[in-house]
Design a protein around this ligand. Structure first.
Ligand code: ATP
Ligand code: AH0
Length: 376
């Protein structure tokens, strides 16, 4: 821990994210006082085995107390994978542990990220910030997306002077519009963010069902297909797309869309699902207050050239992977939860009206210490 031009100490924070794609756990170090990013550290990835992924898939949609055996098996996978990955890092002041979202229903039963931060703190011997979303939902927010406060810090780190946008193409897509001239993320007008719609999850589900593969590598199958315009139109009729932000999704909220492509051959189905993901983003762009100077794309979908091309040809602004700005698109969400952990530690807000729709800016997350008094 060190002090640098700030009343709050700079922490070396390790963030960990297990996303809706269920591919594995990302972990990355950020040095931050919770406001400024002062450095990026090492990162690592731990893939889930096929058996582990199947176990997590079987637990999607479960709430605490439901199907106890299935849930306990998934929790054991999450806990073990994180402990294995995170124990390989040294010199860490604080861990930001997102866990695995199993169910998300902000206007209903709430939001549930499996994984126990108190146990992880004991295992690693380091304080752990976790359960980032519950407080926001309890206060009437969507509980997601939460990365926007990090996007704001990144935009300032990049010395941006004009509004820019970040697009995460994970299992679900989410879009953040950020005006970097506002020094604080919670200032009205600094941020607008929301989930755009399904991104890779339906494509992955199709590939699993039809080809026994985890995903459409480089969009190779979609590139051979033709988009079924009728199915695309039916998809875009969903009221989610015209609903004003804030709004967020569960991984499987659009699972039935795979039925829209049920009669199509594999390649046409992949092309159509890819077009649906791109079109959901295009509809989302209509909600932004001003056109961004560029769209910085993160998450695995940025590696799908078919999806990226569909976005690029339809948008007026440049569409580029975040690597164009010197950032790491594989690790950006893990970094986000490192940054958010530092904010939790320093008592700073992690969401606001522009991000989750929560009425007042609030700090979510709790901190579990391995022993009383650590990092005091
Ligand atoms: N080379 C590639 N070509 C096409 N798609 C790819 C490629 N690499 C990754 N992907 C897609 O990206 C997905 C993983 O993305 P990512 O890790 O960003 O998701 P996630 O973080 O789990 O999701 P979320 O952000 O919704 O929580 C894979 O499941 C796959 O669909
Ligand atoms: C409930 C939940 O886990 N939502 C995830 C999911 O994956 C992408 C999108 O849906 C986003 O809203 C969120 O993740 C990112 C990290 C976020 O909170 O910013």
């Amino acid at each position: 821990m060190s002090k640098r031009n700030s009343s709050r100490p700079v922490l070396r924070v390790l963030g960990a994210m297990s996303g809706t794609s269920l591919d594995g756990v990302d972990a990355a170090v950020v040095e931050t006082d919770g406001q400024r990013i002062t450095g990026f550290g090492p990162s690592a990835y731990r893939r889930y085995s096929d058996a582990e992924r199947a176990c997590l898939r079987a637990a999607l949609g479960l709430w605490p107390g439901e199907a106890p055996d299935r849930l306990a098996a998934a929790e054991a996978v999450i806990q073990t994978a994180h402990a294995e990955l995170l124990s390989g890092f040294e010199g860490i002041d604080l861990v930001g542990f997102h866990g695995q979202t199993l169910a998300h229903e902000p206007r209903g039963r709430g939001t549930f990220q499996a994984g126990n931060g108190a146990d992880l703190a004991r295992t690693l011997g380091v304080p752990v910030a976790w359960d980032f979303r519950s407080a926001d939902v309890a206060m009437g927010g969507e509980g997601a997306p939460l990365a926007p406060f990090y996007h704001h810090a990144l935009a300032r780190h990049l010395s941006g002077t004009r509004p820019m946008a970040f697009l995460n193409l994970g299992g679900v897509g989410n879009l953040t519009w950020v005006d970097p001239l506002h020094p604080a993320p919670e200032t009205p007008g600094a941020l607008l963010s929301f989930d755009t719609g399904p991104a890779n999850a339906p494509i992955d589900d199709l590939m699993q069902a039809r080809r026994g593969l985890a995903y459409d590598r480089d969009g190779a199958l979609a590139a051979q297909g033709t988009v079924a315009e009728g199915a695309l139109e039916l998809f875009l009729d969903d009221p989610y797309f015209s609903r004003l932000p804030p709004k967020s999704l569960d991984r499987n909220d659009f699972a039935t869309m795979v039925r829209l492509v049920g009669e199509l051959c594999d390649a046409d189905a992949a092309a159509t699902l890819t077009a649906m993901s791109a079109s959901a983003v295009l509809r989302g762009m209509e909600h932004l207050p001003h056109p961004p100077e560029r769209l910085l794309v993160t998450g695995g979908g940025r590696l799908n050239p078919v999806l990226m091309e569909m976005l690029a040809v339809s948008l007026d602004c440049p569409v580029v992977p975040v690597e164009d700005a010197g950032l790491d698109g594989d690790m950006l969400e893990a970094q986000a939860f490192a940054f958010l952990a530092a904010r939790v530690y320093h008592g700073l807000p992690t969401s606001c009206a522009g991000t989750t729709g929560v009425k007042m800016a609030i700090g979510g997350g709790e901190i579990s210490r391995p022993t009383a008094g650590a990092l005091s």
